[in-house]
Design a protein around this ligand. Structure first.
Ligand code: COA
Ligand code: AMP
Length: 633
């Protein structure tokens, strides 16, 4: 038995099979795994290849069966609408069964896809669990994405059904989802047969006859059927069957459908909730993110419920709803043990309340630690939070692809010394290496590409939806035997990882992962644009903000006058407001190498006012001066 984390990590490496089969004992299986990992299956192997299970059973039913039906499963707290709701595991089970029955009667069967395009309301979690219950594969699309993005995901996942709501609520406006949904139906080639729409009192909508079903009507009808004895059993699915697809940004406009399996995910969620976050059954956990992102999937919905804890579902912003004390009010009022959010959110709170006065107003007896992820946790923000909260502030690093921490600080086992600027050490299941461009492993202290020695950990993506080759090409080919994370960084002598940034065209805007390549595709469609480059410029609040550089054809004054507004609107209409694309700079030419590659990294250094060396391969050095001049203008 390992006494400390280092020993436990070593044990997980020395005997992967025993370690993960042991962790798998925490899960209720229909057929328990006899093997942890089979390297002959799938693209790089599969976890728990012979097990049969159901994720909803583990997240809901089993807690009710164990006598915890009265325990709170979800606390919904929405300062944006002024509503709160506490839902017990027993109530959650009834609602999940009712929606599952409704979906079955609409003809949804195991393996079918269901898209969920919803705001932060409890019904979103119910929808995910109902899909899991019947073995349907859900794909949640973040509400801040526009109709085109939704349509792309529909065409890739080919869902039979979409679950949506009449509106979302943002501080400055009510976001009507229904027109976006209808537009996506129009654009999509593979149109789903049905939609179930939740009418929200803030802005009800019209329903399309024959296609749209009213959520509340179905809930009423099927709750009654359940009360009358209709059984809606959990489907028996293979541990290797997909639980969900979550689309994430790559380097092009075509999003990548990350697949999450059932079995590996169950084990990883259960293990990490206790060992990384220190949450036990009955504890209250608060993750302030959105269910549309992986952080929301894993730590708002699945992990807390699989663990039998209470999760807080927060519809609001860190500031302005109503003030920068919102997080602290929620932690205090609901007795949360942890807060997990993005560094951006803490930077926003710090700006409004630099001395942490609002924090001091509340009774924080239960609050143990702050967890940060989604983007680099800058040491200044971490130090500020440590000073104000007087609790551990824990950075951890992961990706949509992995679904849980690659590197973190296993506070549930022991809190390792925190090093500012580092998300600490590799978690069990992950064997990290820093590689040179030719794939040789670099020693401690040297910066290179961060790679994970295969296999990936349980719960990580087995492949991309319908795209094994894209998965191989994008992640496994650059360094044979490794998964390339597309992040760069180094390991220190003690195995602490330092993540310095992406090596591809993905940027992080307020913890949201976006593709500059995709933005370029849209900007290039403006009739006056000859060529363009979009880069992420440093931003004190959001980490990065996209900035577009455009080279124009001969253009009339009117086009020039409206150019920025037009391009900004195009990106907003196509990707969505969350892209936060607001700046366009006109230049005479873009700096390029002699082979025609745009020198984005050099451009970024200029915009961020960092020193740089003009690359020897540059085609025309005057292009650099042109950028410098344009930026200063
Ligand atoms: N539905 C519709 N629109 C949405 C949306 C949603 N679910 N979420 C965000 N948007 C819109 C916003 O209304 C805003 O639109 P605007 O340009 O009209 O103002 C735009 O997308 C950008 O939103 P956001 O990124 O939230 O920025 P903000 O300036 O409104 O707020 C912060 C700044 C720092 C408070 C905010 O970015 C934040 O809370 N960040 C934390 C992010 C986070 O939790 N990330 C998850 C990863 S763990
Ligand atoms: P996403 O898939 O949206 O979770 O984004 C994953 C990317 O966000 C990673 O590849 C990193 O570039 C960045 N990221 C996430 N967490 C961290 C962290 N703790 N430190 C540095 N970068 C991070």
């Amino acid at each position: 038995m390992a006494r400390n984390f280092r020993e436990l990590y070593q044990a997980s490496k020395d005997d992967r099979e025993s370690f993960w089969l042991k962790q798998a004992e925490a899960i209720d299986w229909f057929e328990a795994p006899t093997r942890a990992f089979d390297e002959t299956q799938g693209v790089y192997g599969r976890w728990f290849p012979d097990a049969v299970c159901n994720t909803c059973h583990n997240a809901v039913d089993r807690h009710v069966l164990a006598g915890h039906g009265d325990r709170l499963a979800i606390i919904y707290d929405s300062p944006l609408t002024g509503s709160k709701q506490a839902i017990t595991y027993g109530e959650l089970l009834t609602d999940v069964k009712a929606l599952a029955a409704a979906m079955l009667d609409l003809g949804i069967v195991r393996g079918d896809r269901v898209v969920i395009y919803m705001p932060m309301v409890p019904e979103t979690a119910v929808a995910m669990l109902a899909c899991a219950r019947i073995g349907a594969i859900h794909s949640v699309v973040f509400g801040g994405f526009a109709a085109h993005e939704l349509a792309k995901r529909i065409d890739d996942a080919e869902p039979k059904l979409i679950l949506s709501a009449s509106c979302g609520v943002e501080p400055n406006r009510t976001v009507e989802y229904k027109p976006l949904l209808d537009k996506a139906f129009d654009i999509a080639v593979r149109k789903p047969a049905h939609a179930i729409v939740l009418q929200r009192p803030e802005r009800p909508c019209d329903l399309v006859e024959g296609r749209d079903h009213d959520w509340a009507d179905l809930r009423e009808r099927y709750r009654q059927e359940i009360a009358d004895g209709r059984a809606v059993p959990c489907a028996r699915v293979k541990a290797t069957d997909p639980l969900y697809i979550l689309y994430t940004s790559g380097t092009t406009g075509k999003p990548k459908g990350v697949i999450r399996d059932n079995g590996g995910h169950l084990v990883a969620m259960h293990w990490s909730m206790g060992n990384v976050y220190g949450i036990e059954p009955g504890d209250v956990s608060f993750t302030a993110s959105d269910v549309g992102w992986v952080v929301g999937h894993s730590y708002i919905v699945y992990a807390p419920l699989i663990k039998g804890a209470t999760t807080i579902l927060f519809e609001g912003k860190p500031v302005g709803t109503p003030d920068a004390g919102t997080f602290w009010r929620i932690i205090s009022e609901h007795g949360a043990k942890l807060l997990f959010t993005a560094p951006t959110a803490i930077r926003a709170v710090r700006k409004e309340d630099p001395d942490g006065k609002l924090f001091q107003r509340y009774d924080m007896a239960n609050f143990e630690a702050l967890y940060l992820a989604g983007e680099r946790a800058d040491p200044e923000t971490v130090k500020w939070a440590e000073r104000v909260l007087r609790r551990p502030v824990i950075d951890h690093w992961w990706q949509t692809e992995t679904g849980w921490a690659i590197a973190g600080n296993p506070r549930g086992i022991e809190l390792l010394p925190v090093k500012h600027g580092s998300p600490s050490v590799a978690m069990p299941g992950y064997d990290l290496a820093i590689l040179d461009t030719d794939g040789t492993e670099l020693p401690a202290g040297e910066m290179g590409a961060i790679a994970i020695r295969l296999p990936l950990a349980p719960g990580n993506l087995p492949t991309l939806w319908g795209a094994d080759d894209r998965f191989r090409d994008g992640y496994l080919t650059a360094y044979p035997g490794y998964y390339a994370t597309s992040d760069a960084g180094y390991l220190d002598e003690e195995g602490y990882l330092f993540v310095m940034g992406r090596t591809d065209d993905v940027i992080n805007v307020a913890g949201h992962r976006l593709s500059t390549g995709e933005m370029e595709e849209i900007v290039a469609r403006h009739p006056a644009v000859v060529e363009c480059a979009v880069i992420g410029m440093e931003d004190a609040m959001k980490g990065e903000l996209p900035c577009g550089f455009v080279v124009l054809k001969d253009t009339d004054q009117h086009t020039l006058d409206t150019l920025e507004a037009d391009i900004v609107r195009m990106v907003r209409d196509q990707i969505g407001p969350v892209a936060a694309f607001k700046r366009v700079i006109v230049v005479d030419k873009l700096p390029k190498t002699r082979s025609g590659k745009v020198l984005r990294r050099t451009m970024k250094s200029i915009v961020d006012d960092k020193s740089f060396e003009t690359p020897a391969t540059i085609e025309d050095a005057s292009a650099i001066e042109a950028i410098e001049k344009a930026v200063r203008r």
